[in-house]
Design a protein around this ligand. Structure first.
Ligand SMILES: [Zn+2]
Ligand SMILES: [Zn+2]
Length: 117
């Protein structure tokens, strides 16, 4: 079977089909909103944000043609699964496992399933 058909947007990390593409700018914005009421101190939030900047840099270096469903301007290059997985790791590293797990649940179930499907 041929998977690399150009018209189908594939995640640059796992090569899965990208449904609900969110660019790293919009994704980071949602992460930041979500972090607001999690009682993290400024230092932790700053560290998580600088971790997320890595995705923005990678997005600028990768040449996908998957338009973000929110801003329709920037390109997405990771699938939902990889975006959440990578962000959970950053959150866990800079806060704790409970918050990271909560993030995974919220973004998988609430945010993606309700808002974007
Ligand atoms: Zn992926
Ligand atoms: Zn966007």
């Amino acid at each position: 079977m041929e998977y690399k058909i150009r018209e189908i947007p594939l995640c640059t990390e796992c090569a899965d089909v990208v449904t609900n593409p969110l660019c790293p700018y919009c994704f980071s914005r949602h992460v930041l909103l979500w972090l607001r009421d999690k009682n993290l101190d400024d230092r932790q939030v700053k560290k998580i944000l600088s971790g997320l900047k890595k995705f923005i840099i990678e997005a600028e270096e990768s040449s996908t043609e998957i338009d973000c469903i929110i801003c329709n301007k920037e390109q997405a290059y990771l699938c939902t699964y990889c975006s959440i997985k990578n962000t959970s790791l950053i959150i866990e590293k800079n806060s704790n496992k409970e918050i990271a797990e909560l993030f995974g649940e919220d973004f998988n179930h609430k945010l993606w399933k309700n808002r974007f499907n």
